[in-house]
Design a protein around this ligand. Structure first.
Ligand SMILES: [Fe+2]
Length: 261
């Protein structure tokens, strides 16, 4: 090999070496980039999960504070929702923190509520019952239900007026604080029921169990500012704000769920 050939070979191998080095650095750099992208993706996923709304949300009131006037006054609705209901919600979240209840649905919690501490029972009920109550009412409500519900009510209670009388009575006679309920049992029959404190008919310890269709809060905080000790007047007024479309929809869903035609 003469000097020129030897020099050419040297340059050639040298160049290949540099290229190999550049390629390997480029590949490493790509790997690093992919790794970084993966990390960023994971961080984004974590961020999305962290920002995901709690499955137990404190849902917005479905109408303005004054929407149920003059039957249920603005101040009562405001304090009832933003103070009482909110406190039940906050206490419920605290009561389930770090327990198996955090990963359960609210109905499964109710099905097993007798094995959990009293704070979970009172506050899960207070959280759920109030949401259900707000949705049971609307501005310019009242009147008669629609769909198949009125037929079922008449069949069970003889007349719509008789149903109202019995439901009102359940609210009036609930000693202390509690709730009146219209429910569907697992055989597809309607029944009226009342529960003490924050219990409800979905709880395993309820004397009678069923799917709630309509509820009325008869705690004093639901009516005292306007009606003071006159609970029957509040109950009379309640019929003017019942959201019968919602109740009828719940009835249709409950009938399907229990498999009754
Ligand atoms: Fe309440």
């Amino acid at each position: 090999m003469n000097k020129l050939t030897a020099f050419t070979v040297l340059i050639l191998f040298g160049s290949l070496g540099v290229q190999t080095f550049i390629n390997s650095q480029t590949q490493e750099s790509s790997k690093d980039q992919m790794k970084n992208n993966q990390t960023n993706n994971n961080n984004t996923k974590k961020q999305i999960i962290m920002n995901a709304p709690n499955k137990f949300e404190f849902q917005p009131l479905p109408y303005s504070y004054d929407a149920l006037e003059p039957f249920i006054d603005k101040l009562t609705v405001e304090i009832h929702y933003s103070k009482h209901h909110k406190a039940y919600y906050d206490n419920f979240i605290n009561a389930i923190k770090g327990t198996e209840m955090e990963s359960m649905g609210i109905k499964d919690i109710f099905k097993n509520i007798s094995k959990y501490p009293l704070a979970a029972r009172n506050n899960s009920g207070g959280y759920f019952n109030h949401t259900f109550y707000w949705e049971s009412m609307k501005a310019h409500g009242g009147g008669m239900p629609t769909g198949k519900l009125p037929e079922a009510i008449t069949k069970t209670f003889n007349s719509f007026d008789e149903f109202k009388k019995q439901f009102s009575e359940a609210g009036k006679t609930r000693f202390g604080s509690g709730w009146a309920w219209l429910c569907l049992d697992d055989k597809g029959s309607l029944f009226i029921f009342s529960t003490p404190n924050q219990d409800n008919p979905l709880m395993d310890l309820a004397e009678k169990k069923g799917t709630p269709l309509l509820t009325m809060d008869v705690w004093e905080h639901a009516y005292y500012l306007k009606y003071q000790n006159k609970r029957p007047d509040y109950i009379e007024a309640f019929w003017n704000v019942v959201n019968w479309e919602k109740v009828a929809q719940r009835y249709e869903n409950a009938v399907k769920a229990v498999g009754v035609k």
